[in-house]
Unconditional design. Structure first.
Length: 357
């Protein structure tokens, strides 16, 4: 496992991280707390030292599980959590988005509660969770700087969602000096706005890093969702339109060459290649796949050891992406969530539209 610095914070994260939304919710399959703890321990043993959780995952359950799993191993872990959703006073309705609170009083109470559940007196990375750009006021930024100054936070991030990404918010994270990282959905099939942030970081000379989540495009690029897969109603991926999966399977077939680099048959799995493509961008500090079991951990943590994406492969992928992998029909997902009614998307020249929700 290799490590990269998050921004210029001095905080190092493993190139493959553990996305802890999988433990504490049943959105990616149900498991006992004991099984969840075992998964985290197995990941740490495999060198996956960056652990990315959030207070809203399972309404605190994920943080408690992580706290149990890293007990006695805190020094091995680069620990991140997120705050901003008020689940204390609002019930969860399915996968719907909860109200957010980003005032000083609420954030202080939420952060202290997270530290208690994680059983630690500091986190390496604290992220604002899906905050709108107008919610990150000077007061909020002052508070974040205070926590960084007193040592309870070592690095700061802005996690985007819940759709493919909020463009204005990511641009603000790159612009504001307080933030060391921006987290967004980013993968071979869903390249915007991730590539936009990479380009903005390069053009501006910013030190901001990208944390890439959903690297396997919700089960397509790790081939855990195939034409024969039946997704249960509670599965987080069941909200995707069938057209998205149908076109996705065709895209996977178009990039089979990634499994046999330089003619070496089976040198990479498709899932490993998807991670390696993200790591080909220097701006990407860590990739956080959704591990479901020990087999996933063993395979995906080894992605750093397989052949990197070559320049020729990268250019070939760029060409395929520009041609929509030669697919001429809509996949049903041509939307971006944005806080400014699509104006930021239009200004960026992205071939997307604002989501209607």
């Amino acid at each position: 496992m290799q490590h990269r610095e998050l921004g210029n914070s001095g905080v190092e994260v493993s190139e493959v991280g553990f996305g802890a939304w999988v433990v504490g919710t049943d959105w990616w399959g149900d498991r006992s707390d004991e099984q969840a703890v075992g998964m985290v321990e197995k990941a740490l043993d495999a060198g996956v030292t960056y652990v990315d959780t959030g207070d809203v995952y399972g309404h605190g359950d994920s943080e408690e599980i992580i706290g149990t799993a890293i007990a006695g191993r805190r020094d091995e872990v680069t620990l991140s959590t997120k705050i901003g959703y008020d689940f204390y006073d609002n019930p969860q309705a399915g996968h719907g988005e909860l109200p957010k609170e980003l005032n000083r009083e609420y954030l202080t109470e939420a952060f202290e509660a997270s530290l208690d559940r994680l059983d630690t007196d500091y986190v390496d990375v604290l992220q604002l969770h899906n905050a709108n750009v107008d919610e990150v006021t000077p007061e909020v930024r002052d508070l974040l700087r205070e926590w960084k100054a007193d040592g309870r936070v070592r690095a700061l991030g802005w996690a985007l969602g819940p759709s493919i990404g909020w463009l204005a918010e990511g641009d603000a994270a790159v612009e504001y000096e307080e933030f060391d990282a921006v987290q967004t959905v980013f993968n071979l099939f869903e390249q915007e706005p991730g590539r936009h942030f990479v380009d903005t970081i390069r053009e501006s000379g910013s030190d901001t890093s990208v944390i890439a989540r959903v690297p396997h495009s919700s089960g397509l690029l790790n081939e855990q969702v195939t034409p024969d897969t039946v997704l249960e109603d509670g599965d987080h991926r069941s909200h995707r339109p069938k057209e998205w999966y149908e076109t996705g399977w065709e895209k996977v077939d178009a990039i089979r060459f990634l499994e046999d680099p330089d003619g070496v048959e089976g040198a990479r799995t498709m899932a490993q290649a998807a991670i390696r493509w993200l790591l080909a961008h220097d701006e990407v500090a860590s990739v956080t796949p959704t591990f479901r079991d020990g087999a996933d951990i063993a395979e995906w943590s080894a992605a750093a050891d397989v052949p990197p994406i070559s320049d020729a492969e990268y250019e070939r992928l760029d060409d395929l992406y520009a041609r929509n992998f030669d697919i001429d029909r809509d996949d049903g997902m041509d939307v971006l969530r944005t806080s400014v009614d699509g104006e930021d998307i239009e200004a960026a020249g992205l071939d997307k539209r604002a989501a209607s929700y």
